[in-house]
Design a protein around this ligand. Structure first.
Ligand SMILES: Cc1cc2nc3c(=O)[nH]c(=O)nc-3n(C[C@H](O)[C@H](O)[C@H](O)COP(=O)(O)OP(=O)(O)OC[C@H]3O[C@@H](n4cnc5c(N)ncnc54)[C@H](O)[C@@H]3O)c2cc1C
Length: 323
């Protein structure tokens, strides 16, 4: 162990390793490439061995198996991470900005009396100091934060780093905690899946996605027409669902569905990290937005600086004429 090691909390939810875990390994590697030290992945679960293979890009994979860690609850997770941090003394602890991460990271930082940066989208090392780019206000603002103290707790936005593909040493170490895990006052009861909707947007090859830029409820009908002629379905960003223009089952993003269609046509969507999280795996992303500085243009494959409401009827007509 070395004070330059970077600890990655590899999140497991509903018996699956979260995709962001591999992105965190890349982020950690970008730090250790500059500072030295190892990338250490930490898996908290009831049966961690089955996740270790996917974490081979780490130098070491530390497994803590305990029935209390089978599903997320803050008490057992905090106790386990605190003990590993005390033993490993890492330079930084990386946690994904997921629902679990948002709960866990601030509490961990408070318990460790460590600095925390939320919304991390890039991490550099300058004169031995971590310089973290933090995205906030729906990616409309970025701050560069220098963090000298160790350990630093960094909550990294999903989609900010390429998933690690390379193979590391991946040495697997099983550890037991020094004392029995106290379940604490907050316990996992039940995972409640959202009700199945009229259309399962996760199964569609073509999605026409509408955001606040669609302006009014009546214009969602235009998007429905386009989806109809393309053979796809309509989905939406959160403000559209919050307005009641579409049901919650059509929401894409952090608090909605994760979709990976062949085509994701984003109309009047700014591309906030919480939305990006749910659609970044799409094969082809085409963004239509009137603002040339909209963040979605940074990760869309194609973009058009056009009024989506004016474009929609013309697109329907063109597809009908072409088909
Ligand atoms: C904990 C948490 C969870 C969240 N979960 C989600 C989630 O699951 N899904 C989600 O989407 N968001 C989620 N959000 C909200 C997210 O941060 C953004 O606020 C939201 O994604 C913005 O939606 P939008 O792009 O439709 O709206 P805006 O950010 O308001 O963007 C509207 C865009 O439309 C463009 N526009 C305006 N008029 C036109 C026009 N006529 N033609 C073309 N373009 C036009 C504008 O230039 C702008 O870029 C979450 C936020 C938090 C804090």
């Amino acid at each position: 162990m070395s004070v330059q090691d970077v600890l990655v909390v590899a999140e497991v939810q509903r018996d699956a390793l979260a995709d962001v875990a591999l992105e965190l390994l890349s982020a950690a590697r970008s730090i250790t490439a500059a500072t030295g030290g190892e990338v250490v992945a930490l898996v908290l679960s009831a049966d961690g061995a089955r996740y270790a293979g996917r974490l081979a890009a780490a130098d070491r994979v530390v497994l803590i198996d305990d029935p209390q860690l089978a599903a997320y609850a803050p008490g057992p997770y905090l106790a386990a991470i605190e003990e590993i941090v005390a033993a490993e003394r890492p330079r930084a602890v990386l946690i994904g900005a997921t629902s679990i991460g948002w709960d866990l990271a601030p509490m961990l930082a408070a318990r460790l009396k460590a600095p925390m940066v939320a919304g991390a989208t890039a991490i550099e090392v300058s004169n031995g100091e971590l310089v973290v780019t933090s995205s906030f206000c729906g990616a409309k603002m970025l701050a560069e934060v220098g963090v000298a103290a160790s350990p630093a707790v960094l909550m990294v936005l999903p989609g900010s780093f390429r998933p690690a593909a390379e193979t590391g040493k991946g040495a697997v170490q099983s550890r037991t905690l020094s004392k029995p895990v106290d379940p604490g006052p907050i316990r996992f009861e039940q995972f409640i899946l959202p009700q199945a909707g009229d259309v399962d947007i996760t199964q569609q090859d073509i999605l026409v996605a509408v955001g606040r830029g669609i302006q009014q409820k009546e214009n969602v009908e235009l998007a429905e027409q386009l989806a109809g002629v393309l053979g796809g379905a309509v989905c939406a960003s959160r403000p559209v669902v919050d307005q009641g223009w579409l049901p919650a089952t059509r929401q894409v993003g952090k608090s909605g569905m994760t979709v990976k269609p062949k085509l994701y046509l984003a109309l009047g969507i700014s591309g906030a990290p919480e939305h990006q999280e749910g659609m970044k795996g799409s094969d082809l992303i085409i963004a239509v937005n009137t603002d040339p500085n909209a963040p979605i243009f940074d990760f869309a494959h194609y973009g058009a600086e056009v009024d989506a409401v004016e474009l929609l009827p013309a697109l329907v007509e063109a597809v009908q004429a072409g088909g």
